[in-house]
Design a protein around this ligand. Structure first.
Ligand SMILES: *Cc1c(COP(=O)(O)O)cnc(C)c1O
Length: 402
């Protein structure tokens, strides 16, 4: 997109190409536009809205905190910081390899940067990698955020091109191959950083032996397994972490998106205390990380996930939904569909238009979705969606494809 394509008269930088809809209101799985039309939100802010729009428990927690204390900076403690860390550690700690620590940040990219910094420092302080030589193995097709370091190891030309010089120290290997990672690991390697399921790439699920293979390799080579669960985590796949689907406990996990309950950016790294413990006072930080309002919302998010009910719901609803999506493949409307929990990547069949065109047809039929990579669309309904609304959305998808 060039400057001349930008919306006439807009001063907004043209780094997005949104669908032509202006939203004014949202509740649960539904949003309303400025002309009063209603839509089912099947994008859920790329999983930032796992609990739907304005979940009452989350809004109540935010409101209560707004009337007490909203920001302290980490120069001072506040009453929700330890409780938030403790409750998040109780939820996610058992799913990581070793006694956990929690390091709160704001955005997903910041959590990934934090994990990279912790892994490098652990490599120098503990593993004994020579200064400034640390390497991290990553997968092609990855999406870990938009900072200069993170785009340095992106394989998406749009995300990476034009932003050099690039941060060194990353080795990119094919997603899904343990052998490729084994070949890339040497005595300088401090971490393997992967998304257990690649969301942005179109909900790409690796072979069943990939995550367990990475776990065994990392343990064997004294390399940290870092799972970016910013999109896959917190219930989306029917489990608290996608890594659980393979019984794998990473050394570090990055969380974001849904951790902010659709209200504000909240992210965190949860992982081995002996690794995060290398980030001593003054070595890393954030003005807003772990602020009182973020902790209030984060605590309420953890409370929603503690019972396991939403995760179970994603599994059950997803099973029926998956059957319906597979039927669309059977009908020749979709070339293929991948689904885990309440998360699906759909490849539009040839002759049925681009992903973007399908999203425009869905918009006209009252469903919000977003294309990714040409002919693929990704769907992530709120975990709180009713079976009726999910069926309605799937009916509308079927008509839009026909
Ligand atoms: C969205 C996302 C990020 C980046 O999160 P931001 O909050 O946009 O910085 C990182 N990793 C994964 C897997 C994501 O889906």
């Amino acid at each position: 997109m060039t400057a001349v394509d930008a919306v006439a008269g807009s001063v907004l930088a043209p780094n997005y190409h949104p669908l032509p809809v202006t939203l004014v209101d949202g509740l649960g799985s539904w949003v309303t536009d400025d002309e009063g039309r209603r839509y089912l939100d099947l994008l859920s802010g790329y999983s930032a809205l796992n609990f739907g729009h304005r979940h009452p428990a989350l809004v109540a927690a935010a409101h209560a905190q707004l009337d007490r204390l909203t920001l302290t900076s980490r120069a001072f403690d506040h009453e929700l910081l330890e409780p938030f860390a403790a409750r998040l550690a109780a939820l996610v700690g058992p799913l990581v390899a070793g006694p956990p620590m929690v390091l709160p940040m704001n955005t997903g990219a910041e959590a990934v940067e934090t994990a990279i910094k912790a892994a490098r420092k652990w490599g120098y302080d503990v593993k004994g990698v020579p200064a400034d030589r640390a390497t991290i193995v990553v997968a092609d097709g990855n999406f870990h955020g938009r900072t200069t370091t993170i785009v340095s190891f992106s394989t998406d030309p749009d995300a990476r091109g034009g932003f050099g010089p690039y941060t060194p120290g990353f080795r990119v290997v094919p997603f899904g191959s343990v052998d490729a990672v084994r070949d890339a690991v040497d005595e300088t390697t401090v971490a393997v950083l992967v998304e257990p399921i690649q969301g942005e790439q179109g909900v790409v699920v690796p072979p069943h032996d990939y995550l367990p293979g990475l776990r065994a390799l990392c343990t064997d080579q004294d390399v940290l397994l870092v799972a970016d669960e910013i999109q896959s985590g917190l219930g989306r796949t029917g489990t608290t972490l996608a890594s659980e689907l393979w019984g794998v406990r990473p050394d570090l996990v990055t969380l974001g998106k849904a951790l902010g309950g659709g209200i504000m950016p909240v992210s965190a790294v949860v992982g081995r205390a002996d690794v995060l413990g290398v980030l001593t006072a003054g070595t890393h930080g954030s003005t807003f990380g772990g602020n009182p309002l973020a902790c209030a919302v984060g605590l309420a998010v953890v409370a929603l996930l503690e019972t396991g009910q939403l995760q179970a719901r994603a599994t059950t609803l997803g099973r029926h939904w998956g059957e319906r999506l597979d039927a669309l493949v059977g009908e020749g409307l979709l070339a293929s569909s991948r689904r885990v929990g309440l998360w699906a990547g759909l490849d539009v069949a040839e002759g049925r238009g681009t992903g973007r065109q399908l999203c425009e047809r869905l918009l006209a039929r009252g469903v919000l979705a977003k294309d990714t990579h040409g002919s693929t669309i990704r769907l992530a309904p709120p975990l709180t969606i009713t079976p009726q609304d999910l069926d309605l959305a799937t009916d509308r998808l079927t008509t839009a494809l026909r």
